[in-house]
Design a protein around this ligand. Structure first.
Ligand code: 3UK
Length: 516
């Protein structure tokens, strides 16, 4: 399928609404908060859309959503796209200053926030003159804002979709980098059916008989693709889980209760499930026909252990926010454990050297990818956009080699970014926190593999003269990190060193630390 096969005027809410003709009464969403049919979802989308129009949200306006995986997330997302706006699903793990940045950068007109996340973003909302309205999901608090239920209560359940061009933007996702704040990636209406066809149908073989469940949240492109866009494109249902993927028991209980056929997950969660010795006896995974992994490389050992324990083969796949979703994948029946598989139909890849020339077979090069679901630029980031979006080709920042059979093998990233549990971690952010300790003169953070061959942050720390590299100092540093960093960003190892390896120009040589 090509973008040009779509109607020139196309709205991505078709992905929901094509289901109304034949399966309006079919369950679309299952969750602990109850289930909803396609018809019910569609009616709520229309109510939210009408409520947004009443707030004067117009073509191109941004609506920010900050909410755990719940039905309201989904109806707010589709409603925004349906009226021609730009939906911004915010990462629920960010800090107040990052929300401040994103509200400003996106110029969100409306913020739809779940009451459990209100306190993190509330301190900065007043600073944004462009933000006209805050709607709060949940009815327990006396926060003084309009609640979502009241907001849509008297709105009509019918609404015509805006006449959006297939190239109009409909969503904005923020993705983290080594330095500075996250970068906004705009995707167009056309990207949604494209990726659903090229990945959901052609690679994962999804049909309306499927039921998906993802530990990657809807605010991640990996999550919304695998757990909302792909299933609804073919009329399948999705299972929502509002809890943390770290709570493995909650993940397993969700699988047992709602019996998904497709499990969308990340290497650390597969590893964490395997680390629970009795998981096979305690929870049934019998409904699952396919397991997908992405976000970071899936170690071959985890693949094998999962197969031994469950008889299920995990498909390791790679995608990125810039391409929206999967562009290389292992296919059922043709898996090479430890590799990212092969490019999927609709995408081409190249491995190039520093000068942009193709590297010889077998050598490691920078991965470039080309495909029609790729974004065009980073919002308000001229320099970074020029570096990443190179004509038809996207510079991914990943280093890869390809073997004789055409399978691609991840060889780390060209920048210093780490993917931990599928989440971006910037070494600079951790270094900044460690540097706040009086005893620390300098430090550097790199990725280091744990016993399961999964990458975790490791810190090398130089101490002020007179400070002892003692257990107490270590304890203080760990405490500092625990107070300031999310669990996945905290260094698993801290090594005290006399100095850091540097280049002639004084730049820290992280590759030397990585090799240690
Ligand atoms: C890394 C992988 C090795 C890689 C994503 C599937 O992760 C997604 O999007 P992001 O923008 O990050 C992209 C970067 O993550 N990565 C992802 N998958 C793998 N590295 N093996 C893998 N299997 O550095 C890539 O550039 O957060 C994943 C589908 C959609 C996505 N957006």
């Amino acid at each position: 399928m090509k973008a040009a096969d779509l109607p020139l005027y196309y709205n991505m809410c078709e992905i929901l609404e094509h289901n109304l003709d034949t399966r309006a009464d079919k369950t679309a969403i299952l969750s602990d908060d109850g289930s909803m049919t396609f018809g019910e979802v569609s009616r709520q989308v229309n109510q939210v859309g009408n409520a947004l129009l009443r707030l004067d949200v117009r073509f191109g306006d941004c609506v920010a959503i900050l909410c755990p995986d719940r039905a309201e997330w989904i109806t707010a997302f589709f409603a925004t796209a349906k009226i021609g706006g730009t939906a911004l699903g915010m990462n629920t793990l960010l800090k107040t200053d990052e929300y401040d940045y994103i509200l400003g950068d996106s110029r969100a007109r409306v913020l739809i926030v779940h009451e459990s996340l209100l306190s993190v973003i509330q301190p900065v909302v007043a600073g944004h003159a462009t933000l006209g309205q805050i709607i709060v999901i949940g009815n327990s608090g006396d926060h003084g804002y309009t609640t979502f239920d009241d907001w849509i209560d008297s709105e009509s359940e019918s609404l015509d979709a805006a006449r959006t061009h297939r190239d109009d933007f409909c969503s904005l996702h923020y993705s983290s980098g080594t330095t500075g704040m996250p970068k906004g990636v705009l995707h167009a209406h056309k990207d949604y059916p494209l990726i659903a066809r090229l990945a959901g149908v052609d690679v994962f073989g999804m049909t309306e008989a499927d039921r998906t469940f993802s530990v990657a949240k809807l605010f991640f492109v990996y999550g919304i693709g695998g757990n909302l866009i792909f299933p609804w494109y073919v009329g399948a249902s999705c299972v929502l889980y509002a809890g943390s993927p770290r709570q493995v028991a909650g993940v397993l209980k969700t699988i047992e209760s709602y019996e998904p056929t497709v499990f969308v997950s990340v290497p650390t969660v597969y590893g964490a499930i395997l680390a629970m010795p009795t998981f096979k006896e305690r929870y049934s995974l019998d409904s699952v026909r396919m397991c997908i992994s992405a976000g970071e490389a899936l170690p071959a050992a985890v693949w094998q252990a999962w197969k031994d324990a469950t008889q299920l083969e995990i498909l390791d796949t790679i995608g990125c926010t810039e391409t929206y979703h999967t562009f290389m994948a292992n296919r059922p029946g043709a898996i090479r454990p430890g590799s990212s598989g092969k490019p999927i139909a609709g995408y081409d890849v190249r491995l190039v050297d520093e000068d942009g020339n193709d590297v010889p077979a077998g050598e490691v090069g920078h991965l470039m990818v080309r495909g029609e679901s790729t974004a065009l630029f980073y919002l308000h980031q001229y320099e970074k956009s020029r570096h990443t979006f190179r004509g038809e080709w996207l510079f991914t920042g990943d280093r890869y080699s390809v073997d004789r059979d055409g399978y691609y093998w991840h060889a780390g990233r060209g920048d210093d970014m780490l993917k931990v549990g599928g989440l971006w971690v910037s070494p600079v952010e951790i270094e900044n926190v460690l540097s706040e300790h009086d005893a620390v003169t300098e430090c550097a953070v790199v990725g280091h593999y744990d016993n399961a061959h999964l990458l975790k942050p490791k810190a090398f720390v130089c101490l002020r003269e007179g400070t002892e590299a003692s257990k107490e100092t270590l304890g203080e540093l760990l405490k500092l990190c625990a107070g300031r960093l999310d669990a996945h960003k905290r260094p698993r190892w801290i090594e005290f060193v006399d100095d850091l390896p540097r280049t002639a120009t004084g730049k820290v040589q992280r590759f030397q630390l990585r090799e240690q």
